[in-house]
Design a protein around this ligand. Sequence first.
Ligand code: AQP
Length: 333
Amino acid sequence: MARIFSGVQPTGNLHLGNYLGAVRNWVKLQQEYECLFCVVDMHAITMWQDPHELTQSTREVAAAMMAAGIDAKKHIIFNQSQVPGHAELAWIFNCVARLGWLNRMTQFKDKAGKNSENASVGLYAYPNLMAADILLYKATHVPVGEDQKQHLELARDIAAKFNNDFGVEGFFPQPEPLILGTATRVMSLKDGMKKMSKSDPSELSRINMTDDADTIAKKIRKAKTDTDPLPQTPAGLEGRAEAKNLLGIYAALSDTSLEDACAKFAGEGFGTFKQHLADLAVAKLGPIQSEMRRLVADPASVDQVLRSGAERARALAEPIIAEVKEIVGFLKP
Ligand code: AQP
């Protein structure tokens, strides 16, 4: 069976973008693939995290995955730092990947900003760790959003260079991107050109998976819009990034197309539309949120799921990392 690896950073509250762009689609993939869903805590610390909050967020992200419908018995939910093979393989990949390759990564430039001299070495080497995450399990498919496409390309280059450098053709597979038609890129509620993000300083820019009904409605009411009525077709959303984002969210939450969402609200003002959107968001997210709250209220049971997931992940990773060490020429313990 084809194997999927995918991850979310516990860098804060999961938001609607993480849900519609990632987690919701993973739920569907469970039927067809063997899945490893990872809370990538080692990726999270490439930017400073408050240790207490990191622990809480790790549990929250795991709880969100389960609450959204991922079956932790059939598939594997775990946190990255519990499987030592991620760090071990990432180091080997640090020695395989070339500086020139990493210099081309646009996400580093975006995240490090102008002050790149002050960014952590970990943030720079982040794509090598991501390659290790995938290849440690010889995952065949990786669900990726636009923002991760370049990193997956790099993982493929690393796999090919490792195989070539050590003369082990075919040892690491070429992981394939799984582009999901249903994945929605959700933009900030305050700026339709910026993606919704956990690290945006404005709380009003995102809907968190832990927001209550009033907060969701307030954030949607305060979302940036323009003054024109809603158009008949998606073509009328050209140059209206905020309107396009809100209609896109409506379409995704109601499992319809953008065309249908436009047709439904054609000619309406944002006041009426926002009320419908808020009601829909509360209705769709409510059950997931209450299940998340129930799970987080019992941290010991979330920890147990993560421990058991890590044990199963280690069982898959250990023979692969042992073979990698032998290929590289490391003396056996
Ligand atoms: N706005 C978004 N729309 C659609 N998908 C999104 N994802 C993130 N933001 C959006 C997808 O969620 C998965 C997990 O992402 P991540 O937490 O590992 O990292 P990220 O992409 O860096 O997410 P954030 O929220 O922007 O985190 P910070 O602010 O910490 O960098 C990925 O599949 C991602 O594509």
